[in-house]
Design a protein around this ligand. Structure first.
Ligand code: GDD
Ligand code: MG
Length: 341
């Protein structure tokens, strides 16, 4: 492979690593049962949207970097053939952080390959042009190309200033007084050799260690700025809103279930029972085995598997945990799911 000329290297398909090993603390207790990337968003486990997005950008092999509840991914995604690409699983017995997780997952990619490696945070729903990001990476022979977007409040994110030629000048993870509203949107294209330099078998944060080190040593780190739809699904409100956005076509993903509610924009699983006197609308999803009795209004919400919504309950912007029973006297936020903030 080392003898490949540049044109051959450019022709190699990109490969991917999906970071899905986080604990998802802010989504507890939902994440006591399922890791955040397997929670239903747009009617399917969230990771499926990202896998199909990767495939659409020409990625033929993707490694899921798992740790917390690692065992739940493979039964759903298998070897990937059902989705038209190859999927491998890298398990961190103890979580290795984002950088350690990337290094560990890279062992499952062909060692000799020069293909660019696309890293996805496993909780970001975006409509950015990944194909263009990969092209930009190749065109300027970058070591690392970070997808960047702008947000109103950058404090919860990696803050990433760039110069007039889009080269990254600093990387500041979660700062109290952000120096710019431009943030790390959680999708990176790495040159393979840069990943191989991350120390092996250690806890490493790409955000706090790898990125700042690369910048200090003068490596070619650039920003790919894309202002299209973007959401980090780390909070209940964001996850619920993302699901409704998918159903309502605010963002399109081929993985999203088809709307079939007779009473509004919404999806009702075949095995769910919804009274004809109840409304399912504003991008709601009612999952398998759920029951919605008379006179309910379910708006912009996710009703988990086998949940029961008793007569007369009105729910807006909530995630009803699987198996919950909701009566008119329940306060949703208090007991069984989440009310959107
Ligand atoms: N395999 C593995 N191992 N994955 C991990 C680990 C780990 O030890 N720790 C976190 N992850 C995964 C999470 O599952 C998630 O998909 C992703 O890495 C990012 O972790 P979060 O916990 O969601 O980080 P964040 O949202 O606070 O910040 C990150 O995302 C922002 C954009 O959404 C950072 O990358 C920020 O710089 C960025 O702005
Ligand atoms: Mg996150």
């Amino acid at each position: 492979m080392d003898s490949l000329n540049k044109a051959d290297q450019i022709a190699e398909s990109p490969v991917g690593i999906l970071l899905v090993g986080g604990r998802g603390t802010r989504l507890a207790p939902l994440t006591d049962l399922a890791p955040k990337p397997m929670l239903p968003v747009g009617g399917v486990p969230f990771t499926l949207h990202q896998i199909l997005q990767a495939k659409a950008a020409g990625i033929e092999h993707i490694v899921l970097a798992t740790s917390y509840l690692a065992e739940v991914f493979e039964p759903f995604f298998g070897d990937g053939s059902r989705f038209g690409l190859q999927i491998s699983y890298a398990v961190e017995k103890d979580a290795l952080g984002t950088g350690g997780g990337i290094r560990n997952a890279a062992k499952f990619l062909a060692a000799s390959s020069h293909a660019p490696v696309v890293i996805f945070n496993g909780d970001v729903l975006s409509a950015h042009d990944l194909t263009a990001q990969i092209q930009f990476h190749r065109a300027r022979d970058a070591d690392l190309t970070l997808y960047l977007t702008k947000v109103k409040d950058a404090r919860a994110y990696g803050v990433v200033p760039t110069d007039s030629d889009l080269w990254v000048t600093d990387f500041l993870e979660k700062m109290e007084n952000p120096i710019t509203d431009q943030i790390n949107a959680g999708c990176y294209v790495f040159k393979r050799s840069v990943i191989d330099q991350i120390p092996e078998g250690q806890v490493v944060s790409v955000e706090r260690e790898t990125f700042p080190t690369l910048l200090k040593s003068g490596r070619r780190v650039q920003g790919f700025i894309d202002g299209s739809y973007w959401r980090d699904l780390g909070t209940p409100a964001a996850l619920i809103a993302a699901s409704a956005d998918l159903l309502q076509g605010v963002i399109n993903s081929p993985a999203t279930v088809e709307c079939n509610s007779p009473t509004g924009v919404g999806f009702i699983d075949n095995s769910a029972i919804v009274s004809e006197n109840s409304l399912v609308n504003e991008g709601s999803v009612v999952l398998a085995g759920a029951v919605i009795e008379d006179g309910c209004v379910i708006s912009g919400s996710i009703v988990g598997q086998a949940a029961q919504i008793r007569a007369g309950v009105k729910i807006k912007g909530a995630f009803i945990a699987p198996g919950s029973i909701i009566t008119p006297s329940n306060s949703i936020g208090e007991i069984l799911g989440f009310a959107a903030k």
